[in-house]
Design a protein around this ligand. Structure first.
Ligand code: FES
Length: 148
């Protein structure tokens, strides 16, 4: 495979020999796409500041992914959503963001984007699916469909 194609916030990108095999999705988002809402700290999958929401294959539920652990060259066909797409100062905040802020759910706020992206990934509900592992509303799991 010469190139790897994936989407970030609905826009398609292709990488090939222009990136190193050690370039992480985190690094690509922050440096190439200038999407710096995705934060980082540990760079080893421990803190969660770098979490983005990923649909790895059409029809699958989104999952929270530590972007610091993923090589951008392994993202073939992925649909990546970052905090910028979920909500922001200009287009308005997602209810997850406002609830977190209004309920004193963050301290310095540095890792809040990772928290939001983790919760956002878990909020997508596929009520029409009977696939094993489909997410359905339940205790501790919000009901409204918010993904797209
Ligand atoms: S930077 Fe800490 S989990 Fe990715």
């Amino acid at each position: 495979m010469d190139c790897v194609t994936f989407k970030v916030n609905g826009e398609e990108f292709t990488v090939g020999s222009d990136v190193s095999s050690t370039t992480t999705l985190l690094e690509y988002l922050r440096t190439r796409l200038e999407l710096r809402g995705t934060k980082y700290m540990c760079l080893e999958g421990g803190c969660g500041a770098c979490i983005v929401s990923v649909v790895k294959c059409p029809g699958l539920n989104p999952e929270a992914v530590n972007s610091c652990l993923v090589s951008v060259t392994s993202c073939q066909g992925w649909e990546v959503t970052t905090i910028e797409h979920v909500g922001n100062r200009l287009k308005g905040y997602h209810p997850l963001q406002t609830t977190l802020a209004e309920s004193n759910g963050s301290q310095c706020g540095y890792c809040s984007p990772g928290w939001v992206m983790s919760m956002y990934s878990g909020m997508v509900v596929d009520l029409s699916s009977s696939r094993p592992g489909s997410r359905r509303p339940g205790p501790g799991r919000p009901g409204p469909v918010v993904g797209g």
